[in-house]
Design a protein around this ligand. Structure first.
Ligand SMILES: *Cc1c(COP(=O)(O)O)cnc(C)c1O
Length: 348
């Protein structure tokens, strides 16, 4: 990856931008007792009367240590969805540039392309749900700024083989975004460890899945400090609120708890797989490296409705390419899974 220049991919307007400088940018507290009269806040302390740290330094300091990166290689956002949107806005010129996505995959890439007026070029996964490297490189042109690789992939569940992703990192001329929302359920190593090797790599993660914090909205982006610097320039100043920063910090400091829950979810997943295999109307189960299972059934609409009537909500993925008659089951608590299995056994 010699000679890679991220500025070649950057939008002109972003390159020229003079970012907003907030009160908390101009004066950074060193912890000493100061009188803060610079941000028009209400001075009476209620725990959240002050603006939050715009760069979330406490949280980043823990994450950087855990991931073996510098704090300058981390951007935090209001969920991955904000992080992904920032990546579009930094690199994709509306009505000119394009991105490449690999359906069946996470729906937000396409929605964000629509919102940002960026063409979405879709290259279907192969029959065994792997990226079609040859075809991807064929549809890419000089306006292809981003390639979204979701691994483990939602909704199929599988982590992609390293070889294909490596080939894409080495041959695709834009930025490769590897979405690792489900990485903590996988035995595969995170691509974070390859950031040094590939200056065109962006890895996104989230606290919404394995970390059990979907409600606080905390998405994470790991990349070169150059790319992170660009995203920092365009992010809303206080995009991660104080309460989220506090709860996220508590949680990332309790890796033991997270690991214990992940292990339990994985054990439960195996039980669920066994039970699903025994059902007559389940015609195929796909390999999963995530906290959900994609199953092919005889009639997805019918089974979906039957489950709804029993107060169980699963995801019908049948409208997705290569996913005809599939349902996606998230692994629940042991009690929930037991109920689900009992209900499934009763369906006819
Ligand atoms: C759930 C999920 C996310 C998480 O998005 P947040 O905005 O962080 O909650 C990201 N990517 C994929 C593929 C997901 O399935």
């Amino acid at each position: 990856m010699e000679g890679f220049d991220v500025n070649r991919l950057l939008r002109e307007s972003v390159r020229k931008l003079q970012p907003y400088s907030s009160a908390r940018d101009e004066y950074v507290s060193d912890g000493s007792e100061m009188i803060f009269l610079d941000a028009n806040e209400n001075p009476f302390d209620n725990g959240v009367n002050r603006y939050p740290d715009p760069y979330q330094r406490s949280l980043k300091s823990v994450l950087s240590e855990q991931k073996g990166l510098t704090e300058q290689q981390i951007l935090l956002g209001n969920g991955s969805d904000e992080v992904l949107d920032l990546i579009y806005r930094a690199f994709c010129e509306p009505n000119q540039d394009n991105i490449i996505t690999l359906p069946p995959t996470y729906g937000m890439y396409k929605v964000l392309a629509g919102i940002n007026a960026v063409e979405n070029r879709e290259v279907l996964l192969t029959k065994d749900f792997e990226p079609n490297v040859t075809e991807i490189l064929k549809v890419a042109d000089s306006n292809s700024k981003l390639l979204f690789i979701c691994s483990p992939n939602n909704p199929t569940g599988n982590a992609f083989q390293k070889k294909g992703i490596k080939e894409l990192l080495e041959s695709f001329n834009g930025l490769v975004v590897v979405d690792e929302a489900y990485i903590d359920f996988s035995n595969d190593e995170s691509w974070v460890s390859e950031l040094k090797q590939y200056p065109n790599l962006i890895v996104t993660q989230t606290l919404s899945k394995a970390y059990g914090l979907a409600g606080i909205r905390l998405g994470i982006c790991y990349a070169s400090d150059e790319i992170i610097g660009i995203l920092n320039k365009i992010k809303p100043p206080y995009n991660v609120n104080q309460l989220t920063q506090q709860r996220a910090l508590q949680r990332v400091l309790h890796q033991d708890l997270v690991k214990q829950e992940v292990k339990q979810i994985l054990d439960e997943r195996e039980e669920l797989i066994k039970a699903l295999k025994d059902l007559e109307f389940v015609t195929a189960l796909y390999p999963t490296d995530a906290n959900f299972i994609l199953a092919k059934v005889d009639d997805a609409n019918k089974r979906y409705q039957q489950l709804l009537e029993k107060q169980v909500v699963v995801r019908n993925r049948s409208t997705q390419p290569l996913c005809e008659n599939t349902l996606r089951f998230t692994v629940g608590t042991p009690e929930e899974n037991k109920k689900l299995i009992a209900i499934l056994k009763e369906l006819n």
